[in-house]
Design a protein around this ligand. Structure first.
Ligand code: ADP
Ligand code: MG
Length: 559
């Protein structure tokens, strides 16, 4: 038996692979299952062009078989298998991908479902195994072969007695080391969850023999163990199904199963785009905000799939901060992945998808606002603050996207209203959009400054959150109407013939005012008589751009 040596470069590459490319060891299973799926796909594509072949779906599957006693894990597939030559070329030469070649040769036959392309995934097996055995028989071949390797040292190939077409890979799982345990890769439960996580939407069944216990027949307290073959993956991803066949229930189920949240989604958005870039996305607007939503710990992002295989659990680049509450996933065939399939090589496609998604979320929120006010308000209770931050952040770069989505409490309507609604109700002589700031609606109601504006019959928006005023300062105006604080010096109300200037005050008043100014020196700039007041004796007004409430917030900020 002749041992073929890897070339020096290959040796180094293999070591590098095993130790550094993947951030998580568990992805070895994703890689081997993807290869198995590709192998079945190849039979499928062959049957498309060969009239003598039929693709009997039931004959094609992948099976994962752990064996704790022997410390082995088998991955069996009924795919196309490999000839001796293919074993040498595809498994003997690192970075050679038979699947990529297949795709290139079969370009016309729509081979874009095939996952493999880099020719390195297979070697991920050496992250968890110190011996890998591949027994395989190629479709149409009367010989089977066994390839075996302990890693960087090279491999052997000998004839095998395998009778069925397909491939069986046996990993001898590594012994536990001081800081690293490999036992999970022999546990049914763990394997099941790794398959679910990465390979749930592989199109062929991934089977496992699952042992569980059940009450014995004719007995109440006795249990017996039994083993049955189960299909672990869902196979058809919900996003590839026809929207018209899907019910709200299906989406809710998906939301719960993917653990996007423990609540029910308020709304789902299903996007299928087949243009310059192809992708499917299922997005959810949650009903409640996650407990850590407005904290540092919260991490935004969507799940990113490439061809049904999970690439990234939280791809933050897919969501702008102002829509960080959105949950869900994106699947695309057009992503340029790097070798580990973890980070994207160049993100032009990703940027495009992100842009489209953002637009879609915006338009769906808009339609929710228009068609289901109650739902929108409940959404706004949870996430409105984030939208207002979005208006303010990045120097207002997103204000135009968000300005028609924000709402404030209205003195007239006694509920949340949009700026559009405010504008539509403005009397002709009203020049500004008025607002008042305070800790609560009750307290603003009692503000002396609101009296004159309210008396004029003008609507006032109540700002009770610290971000509110900063957000509208960033907006500056809405439909050409400027925002005006009810406590600003000039209210722009005609009847309000300016506050009394010094010369209109009596001598006595002047004396009192200057005495007050002295006592309050450093705290107020001026003390004047005002026509603004009706039932209150005194009020504070701001002089200039920064209002009293903003000053409070600013003084709380660290320098
Ligand atoms: P990639 O999948 O990116 O091509 P891999 O290192 O995962 O790279 O696999 C290398 C090649 O080995 C594949 O392209 C394929 O030709 C072959 N191969 C791997 N696993 C199997 C399998 N289970 N059945 C048939 N061929 C396989
Ligand atoms: Mg592969």
């Amino acid at each position: 038996m002749e041992k073929v040596q890897f070339q020096a470069e290959s040796k180094r590459l293999l070591e590098m692979m095993v130790n550094s490319i993947y951030s998580q060891k568990e992805v070895f299973l994703r890689e081997l299952i993807s290869n198995a799926s590709d192998a079945i796909d190849k039979i499928y594509y062959k049957t498309l062009s060969d009239e003598n072949l039929v693709f009997a779906k039931d004959n094609y599957y992948i099976k994962v078989v752990p064996n704790k006693e022997n410390r082995t894990l088998k991955i069996v597939d009924t795919g196309i298998g490999m000839t001796k030559e293919e074993l040498e070329n595809n498994l003997g030469v690192i970075a050679k991908s038979g699947s990529l070649a297949f795709k290139t040769e079969n370009e016309s036959k729509d081979g874009h479902d095939i996952i493999g392309q880099f020719g390195v995934g297979f070697y991920a097996a050496f992250m968890v195994a110190d011996l890998v055995t591949v027994e395989t028989r190629a479709l149409g071949s009367d010989e089977a072969y066994k390839w075996e390797s302990e890693g960087a040292d090279g491999y052997t190939i000998v004839p095998s007695s395998k009778e069925s077409v397909g491939t069986e890979i046996t990993l001898k799982i590594k012994e536990n080391e001081e800081e690293e345990s490999y036992d999970e890769f022999l546990e049914e439960y763990q394997l099941k969850s790794i398959i679910k996580k990465y390979s749930d939407f592989i199109r062929y069944p991934i089977k496992m023999d699952i042992t569980s216990s059940r009450p014995k027949a004719d007995s109440e307290n006795e249990f017996e163990e039994f083993t049955e073959e189960q299909i672990i993956n869902s196979m058809v991803p919900i996003w590839r199904k026809n929207k018209s066949e899907l019910t709200d229930e299906d989406y809710h189920h998906f939301y719960a199963e993917k653990r996007y949240g423990f609540d029910k989604p308020l709304k789902h958005i299903h996007v299928s785009v087949d243009g310059t870039i192809r992708y499917n996305a299922i997005l959810f607007i949650p009903e409640n905000k996650p407990f850590d939503y407005y904290s540092q710990e919260f991490e935004k992002g969507l799940e990113l799939y490439s061809n049904g295989v999970l690439i990234m659990e939280k791809c933050g680049d897919l969501l702008p901060d102002h829509f960080s509450f959105v949950k869900g996933m994106v699947d695309s065939e057009d992503l340029s992945l790097n070798i580990s399939r973890e980070i994207l090589q160049q993100d032009r496609q990703l940027k495009l998808i992100a842009k489209n998604i953002s637009k879609k979320i915006k338009s769906e929120l808009k339609s929710l606002l228009k068609n289901d006010r109650e739902k929108y308000e409940s959404f706004y209770q949870a996430f409105g603050r984030q939208l207002k931050f979005g208006v303010y952040n990045e120097f207002g770069a997103h204000k135009d996207t968000l300005k028609d989505l924000v709402m404030f409490y209205s003195s007239k309507e006694k509920k949340l209203v949009t700026l559009d609604e405010y504008i539509s109700r403005m009397p002709e002589d009203q020049k500004y959009i008025y607002y008042a700031t305070g800790d609560s609606i009750d307290r603003i109601d009692k503000l002396p400054q609101t009296e004159l504006v309210a008396d004029k019959g003008y609507e006032i928006l109540y700002f009770t959150e610290d971000i509110d005023e900063f957000a509208i300062k960033m907006l500056m105006n809405y439909e050409d109407k400027e925002f005006k604080s009810v406590s600003s010096g000039d209210l722009g109300i005609e009847a309000d013939e300016k506050d009394n200037a010094d010369d209109e005050s009596t001598e006595e008043e002047k004396e009192i005012f200057s005495a007050m100014k002295e006592i309050l020196s450093g705290k107020v700039k001026d003390v004047r008589a005002s026509k603004r007041l009706k039932s209150h004796p005194v009020c504070l007004t701001a002089d200039g751009e920064v209002t009293i409430e903003m000053e409070k917030v600013l003084s709380m900020m660290p320098d």
